[in-house]
Design a protein around this ligand. Structure first.
Ligand SMILES: NC(=O)c1ccc[n+]([C@@H]2O[C@H](COP(=O)([O-])OP(=O)(O)OC[C@H]3O[C@@H](n4cnc5c(N)ncnc54)[C@H](O)[C@@H]3O)[C@@H](O)[C@H]2O)c1
Length: 276
């Protein structure tokens, strides 16, 4: 428990957030910063990551930084770990958030999102970022935490780690059957595998005081077409998509001592979708 007595306090704790320049990565970083932690926004887009880190530093008065790294490249992650440790002298939290979410629109000849057409190169690219990236980050940053007194890993899965995509919600009017867009197979595979990685790491590093949990968020409203939103919200007991900031509570909870007796679990924050 922290000296402040507030179990949600993250004062001084350094948190690596992969995909930190993206829609939710920034929100995770905000949650960490608001609790007093130091977010390290890691992304292939350095400029965006740096700009967001500067914004957070100003807003929350913490020493947030943005760093460029391709999480599929172990050497880049090792260099980043050394840079973080040299700069802050510690590393406490890893949020494995980066993933591909390919928007594969119908083309005039075939729709590549469909399983029959799904290119091996896309399969490999999606697995590489969403799963291999999480493995490599856990290997590099998690191993550091395990050998330096402990820490926390949070893997960002999805409601689609629990249920199959309902492909009916992606349908487009007037598009022939074999061209109808679908949620790509890789999304389900990567997210389900992340829950497995969570359980593996949780037990592997339990003695080293690295707690590992997952969050399974539901869909976030981000200007999607009205008919898509209507079909999706019809599947959600709370009757709406999430707002971008609605995972912040779960992030602070799992990253802080408030969840000190939790490891190996998957916290589902999906408006109730997966219980229907
Ligand atoms: N947005 C949603 O509705 C939603 C719902 C459930 C789960 N999720 C999950 O939340 C996470 C974040 O989603 P998002 O909507 O913010 O996505 P996003 O596409 O906005 O952000 C992903 C970020 O990852 C970065 N990235 C991609 N490849 C990388 C690599 N090799 N190395 C480093 N960075 C890389 C991208 O540059 C991007 O900034 C994902 O894991 C996603 O599956 C999102």
């Amino acid at each position: 428990m922290r000296e402040s007595g507030n179990p949600f306090d993250l004062t001084g704790r350094v948190a690596v957030i992969t995909g930190g320049a993206g829609l939710l990565g920034e929100q995770h970083a905000r949650a960490i910063a608001a609790a007093g932690g130091i977010p390290v926004l890691v992304d292939i887009h350095q400029q965006r990551a740096s700009e967001k880190a500067e914004e957070l530093s100003r807003e929350y008065g913490v020493a947030a930084i943005g760093c460029a790294a391709d999480i599929t490249q172990q050497e880049q992650l090792e260099a980043l770990r050394d840079e973080i440790v040299a700069r802050f002298g510690r590393l406490d939290i890893l949020i494995n958030n980066a993933a591909n979410n390919p928007k594969m629109e119908a083309r005039s000849d075939v729709n590549f999102s469909r399983l029959e057409n799904f290119p091996l190169t896309q399969w490999e690219a999606d697995i590489s970022v969403g799963l291999t990236g999480a493995f490599l980050c856990s290997k590099v940053f998690g191993s550091y935490m395990a050998s330096h007194g402990g820490g926390v890993i949070v893997n960002i899965a999805s409601d689609l780690a629990l249920i199959a995509p309902d492909q009916r919600i992606y349908r487009q009017a007037g598009v022939p059957e074999q061209m109808q867009p679908v949620k790509p197979v890789t999304y389900s595979v990567v997210k389900t595998a992340l829950v497995g990685l969570t359980r593996y790491l949780a037990t592997y590093w339990a003695d080293d005081k690295v707690r590992v949990n997952a969050i399974s968020p539901g869909g976030v409203f981000n200007g999607q077409p009205e008919d898509f939103v209507a079909r999706l919200t019809n599947l959600i007991p709370l009757g709406r998509m999430a707002t971008t900031n609605e995972y912040q509570g779960a992030i602070v909870f799992l990253c802080s001592d408030a969840s000190s007796y939790m490891t190996g679990t998957n916290l589902v924050v999906d408006g109730g979708r997966s219980c229907w």
